[in-house]
Ligand binder design. Sequence first.
Ligand SMILES: NC(=O)c1ccc[n+]([C@@H]2O[C@H](COP(=O)([O-])OP(=O)(O)OC[C@H]3O[C@@H](n4cnc5c(N)ncnc54)[C@H](O)[C@@H]3O)[C@@H](O)[C@H]2O)c1
Length: 395
Amino acid sequence: MSAGDDGMEPVQAGFIGAGNFIGAHHLLTARDSPLLAIAAIADLDESLLARHANRMPVGYTTTDYRRVLDDPSVELVIIGTKQDLHARLIVESLDAGKWVFCEKPMAETQAETEAVLAAEARNRGRLAVGFNRRFAPAYAQCKRLMQTVPRPWYVNYRLMYPNPTQPDGTDFYSQHERILYEGCHILDLVSWLLEAAPRRVFMTGDRRRNNCCLLDYADGSQVSFMCGSMGSYCLWKEYMEVFGTWVGITISDFTDMRVRGFEGEFDRVYPPHLGEHADSILTHGFDFYEAYKVERMYEAREAYRSRYGMAIEHVRRPTPPGFEISQYGPEHPDLWGFIPDKGWVQSLEHFADSLRRQTAPENADGAAGALSTRLALALLRSLDTGQAVTLEAEG
Ligand SMILES: NC(=O)c1ccc[n+]([C@@H]2O[C@H](COP(=O)([O-])OP(=O)(O)OC[C@H]3O[C@@H](n4cnc5c(N)ncnc54)[C@H](O)[C@@H]3O)[C@@H](O)[C@H]2O)c1
């Protein structure tokens, strides 16, 4: 066990579920952060456990997650199974006396939500839901700026990205409602940004993949949210616009932030997750980010064409950029693809730091997890009925 930068012992983390997402993100954060140590990893897949243990220091691995919960040296449990186990594992982990960081969504149903909230009430201040976008540097700055101007605010959010299909032709969102399993991120984000729950919600589209949502707030604020599976991998995935009286902010894929109407404020460009080519992005701006992101895909263009029938072409702009994108290649050994900074590292490190200092974490808690699920379920009711759904005032 080694001490962190300021002499604090790293938090002993036990992982339950360590598949694609956890292996690409939270395990690497725990491996690299002075705030965290990987005490244990539990997963049903023994070959996966062996791969993780070979590439990072791990106390032990196990196929029985109860061993992690029974281990008194484990302080923090990180839950990264698929969503069907989230609520049950949160309850068991909290009641085992652990701090708990669980991936989204916190719960799939109202009954699961209530079970989690009851467990959180027995174990106050120890639950975080993995709504990492609250910690994305661009979004944190957006919130700081918006808090200086009066409401109402108008938010327009676009989350649009095709889903990779499995060899059998299915994809996750052919079987799961995207608004609940991915849209939950944005339903939490706007609730955090506006610090309010909407009074009415309305959704059109289909049940699984493509939706347009409207959220209407008591102070006159409004959110429009497009959550869908169309488009091209070549176009960046997320875009947010926020408007107040005489002010506006746009953020393209967490990277390019344009700020208008705030005295003394200026546009910003944020480096990507794991920092690959950060200097070039800061020098050349979003054009470089986008061109490089697509260039990484271009290397596999034949696979995209044969698997999806999707064309991957270089980004070509009306005027030549000040860089030759073909001269840039992969640098970071852990970076699969090329992704912006959505706040994953910061959200986990902040929670570990709060545990060690015994301070109240700013992560999404059970109430926030409950609100996000509740909004997604209300939007699905709206879709079923064709009517706006009115939500009771939050207690
Ligand atoms: N925050 C984000 O940006 C983000 C992005 C992608 C996925 N996620 C979340 O991450 C989670 C995992 O998604 P994924 O795509 O990596 O899934 P995955 O299927 O690749 O990984 C899940 C792992 O859980 C393991 N598991 C299942 N039951 C278990 C049990 N009883 N005990 C121990 N391990 C068990 C499986 O063996 C598997 O390795 C999901 O909740 C998803 O919503 C979050």
